[in-house]
Write a protein of this length. Sequence first.
Length: 244
Amino acid sequence: MDQDLIKLLEQTGFTQKEAEVYLALLELGKGTVTQIAKITQLKRSIIYVLLEVLIKRGYANEIPGLKINAYHAIDPSVILNQLKTTTKNFAEMLPMLRTLHSKGEKRPKITYHETKESIWNIYEDISQFDNAFFISSYERIEKHFPGAFKHWANQYKKKSIPMKGKHLVANNPFDLEVAKSFSRQGQQAKYLSQNFSMDFTLYDNKLAITSLEDDPFIVIIESKELVKSMRPLFEIIWNNGKDI
């Protein structure tokens, strides 16, 4: 089955197996559990459960009046319309959500992210801020996310991201080359002579602490007071950095 289509459906709220059954029904036009099983290689007992879920969610229907139970999938445009409705509703509720968020601003919010997808999403979020302050080994980032800096450079050229910050990098050829490219783009970059095993980033009202060893993770601490206190310490480290 087309893995890209499965991933696309997963992004809209399907599980992998639900997506496989839905795509099998689209391919068949109408199909029995036996026919679905041949395409998906799933057990019949599991397919019955998945069909029940899809029917409840309005993504499939049982065809009436047949001797052998058969099913068909709804048109994919219905899913798109549901997503548009959800997006509209979320946009309307956003002011209320922000109000709830502001009530707890005095308490630090701590989140933990350990999947590569969630870590990459954090990096993409950071790239949208023009006040970010990085103490990072970009060689480690490139190891886990090959092509990351080429992607960000292209985004920066297109003015899709501001990414105007301060960069304190490790003393190795890759980091120094990236730092030079940042400098040519008008950003500020220095390097640290000593090694460091974790990365730190200040952006918005958040501190990101990243480990990019064998089991990578990011801890995000959101607190205005913490960032306000940490920024002078970052500046002290910056002043001790060496010019590229």
